[in-house]
Ligand binder design. Structure first.
Ligand SMILES: O=C(O)CCC(=O)C(=O)O
Length: 276
């Protein structure tokens, strides 16, 4: 399989419509790839909190339209990164905001939407401005099943185990990860690959968002934890990689650690009563 990760910038000086067109042209240039991946919140910038509301779109809004067409023109599976999605309120009107990823098939149909489960920011930013998703999402491609997660989700291994249990062999993680914690990004991408014996395709953002320098360093890791490709830095870059999806099954068969899982360990354990 060939995948292209588009590490793009969300510069405040670039009008969002121009960026959509520019990114769509880049997607079209990837014709011949099997899968193209974009980063998190590339229309607003992942740290441009004040733009989440004004830049929000319905699921089938302008980004959806432009990306569906680009996927179809290029004939690729497209993980179009995420958008600030304005959900519907139960009685009509404006509902909550979600950080929602869109995945398109090569005929331009929406194959899946994933609302980010772990919101970043503790008591500010995304954590208070957006609502959490609740559903794990996998998508069957001809060669592999992808499991999707977004940025901060990378810190929560149980989410990835859920994806693996649902059949995921290739874990796709769009992000807007800050430079300050770049070492965590690389470490966690490799850890998720090793522990799940899966490919990890993690696509970061270039440049600076709302004053927050981005790590860039998009990365592709194989099921043995080896780095197959890594962006040179935090500038815009197209990272293209060839990988063999069958290696996931081979790795899981040859080193069957996933079969040794002991389930049901989440509950806190009480100490055994003393027998003296
Ligand atoms: O976990 C981190 O260090 C970064 C997470 C983040 O920036 C995000 O989820 O938007």
């Amino acid at each position: 399989m060939r995948a292209s990760l588009l590490q793009i910038a969300a510069d405040e000086d670039e009008p969002v419509d121009s960026r959509r067109r520019r990114v769509a042209a880049l997607v079209r240039e990837q014709a011949g790839a099997d899968l193209v991946v974009l980063p998190e919140l590339w229309t607003t910038g992942a740290f441009a909190y004040e733009s989440f509301g004004s830049g929000a779109e319905p699921l089938r809004g302008p980004t959806y339209e432009v990306m569906a067409e680009a996927a179809r023109d290029a004939g690729v599976w497209l993980h179009a990164g995420s958008i600030p999605e304005r959900g519907d309120a139960p009685g009509g009107g404006e509902g909550p905001l979600y950080n929602t990823s869109l995945v398109f098939s090569p005929d331009g149909e929406l194959a899946a939407a994933y609302r980010k489960i772990h919101r970043f920011g503790f008591d500010k930013g995304e954590a208070v401005l957006m609502a959490a998703g609740a559903d794990l999402v996998t998508v069957r491609l001809p060669e592999t099943t992808i499991g999707v997660a977004t940025c901060y989700d990378l810190r929560f291994p149980e989410l990835f185990r859920g994806l693996v249990d649902a059949g995921a062999e290739t874990l796709v993680v769009p992000a807007g990860w800050p430079e300050r914690r770049r070492s965590h990004w690389t470490l966690l991408a490799r850890a998720r690959a090793v522990e799940n014996q899966a490919y990890v395709l993690a696509c970061g953002t270039a440049g600076t968002h709302a004053g927050v320098p981005q790590a860039g360093r998009s990365i592709v890791v194989d099921p043995w934890g080896e780095v197959l490709a890594e962006a040179a830095g935090a500038d815009e870059e197209v990272l293209t990689v060839e990988f063999d999806p069958a290696r996931v099954a081979r790795t899981r068969e040859q080193f069957p650690a996933l079969k040794d899982r002991v389930l049901g360990l989440d509950a806190p354990r009480r100490p055994e009563p003393s027998r003296s």
